[in-house]
Ligand binder design. Structure first.
Ligand code: C2E
Ligand code: CA
Ligand code: CA
Length: 671
């Protein structure tokens, strides 16, 4: 003890560390009073290879991670005699060796020699033990800190976006890149949810799929469109990894890369090649980037009706030509600040600012008229339009697009040049249409269409003069009336197929009776000359009465005249149905060789109470007689109506007062 404190310095101090390959120890530092050769031998004692353990005492201690103390060189049985000689030559008597461990393995060693015996006692052993532990602890700390510092530095300096959240998606860390890309300072982000970057581009479904994976500890790779603090958008190629800490806490690490520039370039390339209009993604991107939340906008989707068929008939080249022309037309029709895009093969979309619904309505009317009348589109294409309104219907642009699509779907069901606004009942409406579509399909397939017969009588003697065939569907022994399917059948074009199926039946019935039968022809069929000619091919000179509604014939007078003459040549009779409900233009009647005018049920219904309606009925009848036409009053339900019509000299009466529509068997026995 005494000698330890009195001694000013050790006679020899050395430090050895592991060599680069970690195979053995190398002397790094030697100081003191020693002979040169001593070092060579000393090196040997630092060999940690167990194969030296019987040759070297130090190795034995190193392997056991114990401090070695020798207090009298002569008293130990030194296995390495050469080394022993060196030690004695240098006159060292006491020696101490401290192995320094790191991560459970020898990392360095400190050796001390003194020229006295019994220099190191028990007390100093405990001091050196403490020193050993301190050094080991310090080395570990130093290394940990340097590693952490380096990592932190690296994370901060990297160009990649690194964001860490806790399990509840509260932001715990955001690196410099996040600050630079998003424009938010890290302090503004800490504790917030990454929703702060939400752009509105992605659907709820998108996030649901993402979170389903993350909560099941599956990493997610995605390209997400986010919004910066200044409102601009950026594309982030993001990998989100769920990780667990030692204590089992869950974190999410988002490793991202700003790929906005690349994406914009890509989108440019993806711009619709044919029409040079933005595509769907670009369209939404543009809207999100330019929308002013204080304004009102209309999201309009325009669909070219049956464009596939147009392509099939006219060829792809002609189809492409029309699409290009259509795109050009859109650009001239709408304003430059409106966003126009081609969002599907035959679907275009426009995003326009508007002030009032009337404004949109007049735009759409105008638009439809242009398509109907411009030479390049006339009779070539027809459109349907679906509209959803911002912010009324939704403030989420993607959802708004979906809603405009729903509106479009409904419009498509309603025929050509129809438009629909999104409404909250739209799903039910569409459902109704699909149900009707299915009803018609099964009815056609299973031949469920049948005719009911409603006789009409002479107004003077009440004798049956003829009967009108009225269609029904007989499904599971239930009778379905035309009010639930006829509009749809006419607008969808199903009516032609129905007529093809039913006209032969009509002829069969006609042969079994001896009065004229009326056949209702839809306006939609009437305009298809080929269909009409096919339907009535080879039919001549039969007591058939063709009923056409007034609305339909008032459209294209020249064409209607042609069709009228076609029927006249076949010696059919012609009735103008629902007279008074259409344009009621008497003028065209003088050019159309009709045989009957059917006075619409709405006049008959009011005839008792309204002098005006009675006057109209009188006028119609007078007028008809002047042009050699006879009149049939529809929907006569009581004797008062009958008397008034008799007074007005109506020729024939149809209505429940005499007969309700009935199945053929009943009708036949009645006759
Ligand atoms: P519509 O051609 O005007 O047929 C007359 C409708 O008035 C029939 O209805 C008939 O049942 C009903 N009716 C007759 N007398 C009375 C009455 O006294 N009171 C009342 N309240 N109603 C009366 P239905 O059979 O339901 O047919 C409705 C419409 O469906 C028809 O109107 C017609 O536009 C269409 N339709 C019926 N069958 C066919 C068809 O085979 N082809 C085409 N294209 N349309 C058809
Ligand atoms: Ca009719
Ligand atoms: Ca009618």
């Amino acid at each position: 003890m005494e000698s330890f404190y009195n001694q000013k310095t050790f006679d020899f101090v050395c430090i050895a560390t592991k060599n680069e390959n970690f195979t053995k120890m190398e002397l790094k530092y030697c100081k003191g009073d020693y002979k040169k050769e001593f070092l060579e031998y000393l090196a040997e004692i630092f060999e940690t290879d167990p194969k030296y353990s019987d040759k070297c005492m130090a190795t034995q201690y190193i392997l056991k991670n114990q401090i070695m103390i020798i207090n009298d060189i002569n008293s130990v049985n030194f296995p390495n005699k050469k080394l022993l000689k060196q030690i004695i030559d240098n006159n060292f008597h006491s020696a101490l060796f401290i192995p320094i461990y790191k991560n459970g393995k020898i990392d360095a060693g400190i050796g001390l020699c003194v020229k006295y015996k019994n220099y190191f006692n028990k007390v100093c052993l405990s001091i050196f033990k403490e020193i050993k532990e301190d050094i080991e602890y310090a080395i570990k700390k130093i290394e940990d800190y340097t590693l952490l510092d380096l990592l932190k530095e690296a994370i901060d300096k990297t160009y990649s976006w690194i964001l860490i959240t806790d399990e509840n998606a509260n932001i715990l860390y955001a690196n410099k890149s996040v600050e630079e890309i998003s424009g938010y300072k890290a302090e503004e982000l800490l504790g917030k949810n990454p929703r702060i970057f939400k752009s509105g581009f992605h659907s709820i479904r998108y996030f649901k799929i993402m979170w389903d994976k993350l909560t099941s500890n599956i990493p997610v790779e995605t390209v997400i469109i986010n919004r910066k603090k200044d409102g601009n958008l950026f594309y982030l190629k993001d990998k989100i990894i769920p990780v667990f800490s030692h204590e089992g806490k869950k974190y999410y690490i988002s490793l991202g890369e700003d790929i906005t520039k690349e994406k914009i370039l890509e989108e440019k390339l993806k711009e619709d090649f044919l029409t040079k209009l933005p595509n769907r993604n670009e369209f939404i991107y543009k809207i999100l980037n330019s929308i002013d939340k204080k304004e009102t906008y209309a999201f309009i989707i325009i669909d070219l009706k049956d464009f596939k068929i147009f392509n099939q008939i006219n060829g792809i080249e002609q189809g492409d030509y029309i699409l290009r022309k259509f795109a050009e037309f859109l650009k001239t029709f709408f304003h430059t600040e409106d966003i126009i895009a081609r969002i599907g093969a035959d679907e275009f979309a426009v995003f326009i600012k508007y002030k009032s619904l009337d404004e949109i309505l007049s735009i759409i009317k105008n638009f439809n008229t242009k398509i109907k009348t411009l030479e390049e589109f006339q009779n070539k294409i027809a459109v349907n339009i679906g509209i959803a309104l911002y912010p009324n219907d939704d403030t989420d642009i993607v959802k708004l697009l979906d809603k405009a699509y729903l509106a479009l779907e409904l419009a498509k069901e309603k025929g050509e040049f129809t438009y629909e606004f999104f409404s909250s009942q739209i799903n039910e409406q569409i459902l109704k249409y699909t149900q009707t579509k299915n009803l018609l399909k099964t009815a056609l397939k299973n031949k469920e269409f049948i005719y009911y017969f409603q006789p009409y009588v002479d107004s003077k003697n009440f004798k049956i003069v003829g009967a009108e065939t009225l269609i029904r569907i007989k499904h599971n022994n239930k009778i379905i009336y035309p009010n639930s399917f006829i509009d749809y059948a006419e607008n969808s074009g199903f009516i032609k197929t129905i007529e093809k199926q039913m006209f032969p039946k009509f002829l069969e019935y006609l042969q079994q009776i001896n009065i004229p039968l009326s056949f209702n022809i839809s306006g939609k069929s009437l305009t298809d000359e080929e269909h009409i000619k096919n339907l009535f091919k080879k039919i001549h000179n039969l007591p058939i009465n063709i009923e056409l509604t007034e609305r339909e014939i008032a459209g294209d007078i020249e064409y209607t005249k042609k069709i009228f003459n076609y029927f006249k040549n076949k010696k059919f009779r012609l009735s103008i149905d629902d007279f008074g409900t259409g344009y009621s233009s008497f003028s065209y009647l003088k050019d159309l060789p009709a045989d009957y005018l059917k006075i619409d049920i709405s006049f008959v219904r009011n005839i008792e109470n309204s002098k005006k309606d009675y006057a109209i009925v009188e006028t119609i009848i007078d007028f008809a007689h002047k042009f050699n036409m006879k009149t049939i009053a529809e929907g006569v339900e009581n004797i008062n109506q009958l008397k008034l019509l008799q007074n007005a000299e109506c020729d024939y009466i149809q209505g429940f007062y005499f007969y309700k529509p009935m199945p053929f068997n009943e009708f036949k026995s009645l006759l």
